[in-house]
Ligand binder design. Sequence first.
Ligand code: CIR
Length: 253
Amino acid sequence: MTRVDTAIVRRVSSSIADCALSFIDRAPIDVDAARLEHFRYVQALVAAGITEVVDIEGGGDGEDFDEFPDGVFVEDCALVFDDVALITRPGAPSRRGETRRIAEALSAYREIVEMEAPATLDGGDVLRAGGLVFVGVTARSNPDGLAALARICGGLVPVVVNGALHLKSCVTAIDDETLLIDRAKVDADAFAGFDLVDVDADEDANALRVNDTTFVQRRPKKLPSQKKTTTLALPELAKAEGALTCCSLLFRR
Ligand code: CIR
C-alpha cells in the first residue's frame, strides 16, 4: 500500500443534524461531541504518519461552513490518484456543492479532472485493494460515474451493493491481502484471491488503513488475533451514516 502523508478533512458543520440518511433512522446529533470525535480522528491520522492536514474550513468561519450538513464526509467528493484528482459528482443532490472547496484544496497537489452530469459517483463506493479498483453500484454511483472513473484509472470491477449506502460500508481492506466483508450486502465472489473475514450483522466492515495502522471502530470478532488494529470510534458521526474512511482524503503529496 502506498504510504500517505497528507489528509484533507472538513470540520463538522453546524447543520450536520440535517444530513442525508438512507439506511438508518434520524437520531439527535450532538454537534460538539461530533466535533470532538472529528478532532480525535485527525489526531489519530497524525499519529499514523500524516504530516500535513488541510482542514478546508480553516477556523470554522468559512463561507459555507453551515451550508453542507454532510461536508465532513470528504471522501465522497474526490478520488486522488498519483497524477490527477477526480472530483466526483456526488449522488445526493444536497451534496453536490461540497466539491468546489475540495477541488480548490486538491488543486495545490494534483491536476484536477471534474466529473460531469449525468455521471454520479461517491468516493465511498470506491475501494482500491490489491492493485484493483472495485466500485459499488449503488443509489449514489451510476454507470456514467463508473465509466468516468474507468477513463482515469484504466479499469475497474463493478460490485452490486444491496442494503447499504456505499461499497465501503460493506467491504474494506485491513491489510494488503485481507478484506473485512459483509456478505449479506455484497457478492463475495467479486473479491476472489483475497482472504475474507466476515463481519457479523451488528458489526462494521469499514476499516481505515493509514500507513502501518489499521483503524476499526470496533474489532470484528472473527478477525484473527495476529491482525493488528487500532480502535477509533465515531459514534456521533455514525448517526449521520458516516464511518472511518468517509472523513478524510488521504494521499502522498
Ligand atoms: C450521506 O448520506 O451522504 C452522508 N450522510 C454519509 C456519507 C458517508 N460517506 C461515506 O461513507 N463515504
